[in-house]
Design a protein around this ligand. Sequence first.
Ligand code: NDP
Length: 508
Amino acid sequence: MTQMTVIAASGAALPQEPFLGRHLIGGEWRESLSGKAFDRHSPAHGVLASRSALGGREDAEAAIRAARASFDSGIWSRTSSKTRATVLLKAADLIEANSERIALIETLESGKPITQARGEASGAADLWRYAASLARTMHGDSHNTLGPDMLGVVVKEPIGVVSIITPWNFPFWILGQKLPFALAAGCSCVVKPSEMTPSSTVIMGELLIEAGLPAGVVNIVLGYGPDVGGTMTTDAEVDMVTFTGSTAVGKAISAAASATLKKVALELGGKNPQVIFPDADMESAADAVTFGVYFNAGECCNSGSRIIVHEDVADDLITRVVALSRKVAFGDPLDPATQVGAIITPQHLGKIDTYVRDAEKAGAEVALGGARLSVPGLSGDFYQPTVVRGVTPGMAIAREEVFGPVLSVLTFRTIEEALALTNDAAYGLSAGVWSENVNTCLEFSRRAQAGTVWTNTWMDGFPELTFGGMKQSGQGRENGRYGLDEFLEVKTLVMRIGKTRTPWVRQG
Ligand code: NDP
């Protein structure tokens, strides 16, 4: 049976003109110094979604100079927390007022469903509001116990000029995990979105100007990684780089930034296991597994793409997940009924398919899907919901990020085996455990090597809860108080009270 739920072309109106993106440098919208531009076509509809200025090294350098000048001027870095929070709150209101515009361009450029893009815009507004609360409540420490003649104060200061480099899978949301926190800290920033999804970042630049952010505090440069991103990670006037994307580029950035010893924060890939014990609520677990693998077409660092299920319940779980997978609505991202949209590029679709073919050749069984999906009325790039069982730990599909709607299923017999499989990975971003036994859940959660462990749920997140990876999933943390601390330097002030210092040089 190959029956799946496919949403045909909805006939929703497509834009007649592309979104036009320019660089934001020192408060001005600019074309590239080279005069060049690049186009992005919608992966679902093939329509020209945006045309953006194609920046190069000189454009990036101009943006860095503008950020440096604004930081050193103190116009934002030394302003009050009240002023910073007011701008961030206004920006959050403006995101909500513009959420339809943001969601539409996000859907056109990325291929994600419009309902999900709307959710990301409102979620991002919440991140901006949360960051405003951090701006008002951040503080250092005082040490009043160093003796009657001494006072020590530890103050927090913005780290300086921050390069923010973001990927294509959640462009507006990931920007929201970085930019408002950097601004709350008092930093000045240069932002480079992925060349596949640049436009919602440009809209954020417009909203920040409207919110009253001083010129030069946020600068945006559009273009490719090696030129623009390369300059942003090597220029001596940049103090910190925060990056979300592939582990390979993360390592390259870390190496490039080391020449000037910049602080580097990396949110990289994951091969995230969900471990299902025999006493789990199977109905809930099967639904969460289905959600975890197909959300954002699996193009998600948190994709729950590696299921480790007890062998007694493996058949039951796979039968349930296959049945649920057939009900997930794949198709036109502009139809509000769609839950899973298009794949970002034809090249990426080919890469996803290669993982499935290679697993098959190595002896795994494709229980569902495993091929390109045709959507009536659309010529874009879609991939079928895919479940691959009989996966063994050595297969590439079990170890590498497929970044597509493809589930790999492995089995275990004991908790020790489950933990060994969980931790047998270069990645350590997130993990999940499903059991009705609190002892099993606690044992697993404490021993799993992952930045986030979900118990009887998957991918719930909150601005208050910090997020990030262990091992090769990254370094540093986003969201929560730790998310603010990434952008702060700590300075110690040591003060003597009165003329109490004993001279060091002997007199006479
Ligand atoms: P990349 O890691 O290549 O790109 C992410 C961002 O980094 C983009 O803005 C990119 O620019 C930029 N970049 C690329 N090279 C450099 C460089 N040398 N210096 C500075 N910046 C650079 O992700 P891709 O978009 O190519 O995706 C490839 C794979 O990465 C995916 O298949 C997936 O496995 C993984 N990935 C993981 C993500 C996550 O959230 N963990 C997110 C996205 C991808 P540009 O692309 O514009 O040239």
